[in-house]
Ligand binder design. Sequence first.
Ligand code: ZN
Length: 77
Amino acid sequence: MFKYIVIAVLGYLLFKIIKNGAYLAIENLFKNKQLDEPTDLVQCTQCQNFTSRELIKKYRKMDFCSEECIEKYQNSI
Ligand SMILES: [Zn+2]
């Protein structure tokens, strides 16, 4: 009887390890996919430099790379 319990526990642990391993493999796949994707670049209205979309600052529906460029733009109009 004891033998079966040990086998059941080992089986359960093995199942958990495989499940976690599969989960980690899938997670890594998604991470790699994100890294492989080209960065979404947006051109700054003021200095014409390309900046990653996450860092872009919006001003009057226009894209700027920094607060400095927004100020320069405000001064130029
Ligand atoms: Zn700029």
